[in-house]
Unconditional design. Sequence first.
Length: 138
Amino acid sequence: MKIEIVNGPNLNLLGEREPEIYGNLTFEKYFDELKLKFPEIELSYFHSNVEGEIINRLHELRKISNGIILNAGAYTHTSIAIGDAVAAIQIPVIEVHISNVFAREEFRHHSFITKHAKGLITGFGLKSYELALHNFMI
Ligand code: DQA
């Protein structure tokens, strides 16, 4: 089973970015832990700050992956194009957020992705990714 985590803008700064919201761990460190916890999953990780690159990666993954865990960062709330890309591909996409977007500013309450995703996990810190991975195990 091949699953890729796709992270969008500013998520490369985890560990130093607003630690009171996003924690102190870098994504690279967390990703290493995740691979050890889920040895039966072929787990890969892609990051881009660029909207079109995220869309290109979703298109590529539709042919080579069994599922996607997508944290599109702020593009979640602005990008019709990423929402369309998720709607266009057949493999399951789980939308995740580290913070509870519904407990934050109003502009974070809307997502262009959720409607087309298999599900949404938000607010469990980096554990949100882990909870999404469990979904692929059942
Ligand atoms: C985020 C929530 C978004 O609103 C924000 O723009 C991010 C991170 C999260 O994981 O909590 O960049 O997707």
